[in-house]
Design a protein around this ligand. Sequence first.
Ligand SMILES: [Zn+2]
Length: 153
Amino acid sequence: MPADGTIDKGTLGEAAAAPGAYALILHLAVPVRFSRTGMASASLSGWYVYAGSARGSGGIRARLQRHFRPGKTVHWHVDELTNAADRLLALAYPQGAECDIVDRLLRSSLFQPALRRFGSSDCKRCPAHLLKPVPDMLGTRYGSAAEPPELFR
Ligand SMILES: [Zn+2]
């Protein structure tokens, strides 16, 4: 695993097999038109952070392996984005909870909900489990589109 703790395709095998939560950091170079019944539709592009949890067998590692697999059948909202992402990184939080990740990122004031209810249809606590950098921060803290947000480096 890299020193900063981020996981990429090459270091996936080292991700914790324990249950817990994870953050996906993804970049969409080509806009994705996202539309679901009961949600506002949106054109998504640029950097996003998605918080999820993995409670099943194989834990976080197994779940991340699925997220990193290209061309997977779309089951969760985020599958549409990971299938289209040109950059995909992850952070593992063994024993963590995805809502805590969302909470921490929102309280940092560096992120805002990307699309209401995205990934959080059954969550009573978070406005969305998909966040995006606050626009004001893009020019200052976030360098080129080729580099992930500084927060995750
Ligand atoms: Zn939540």
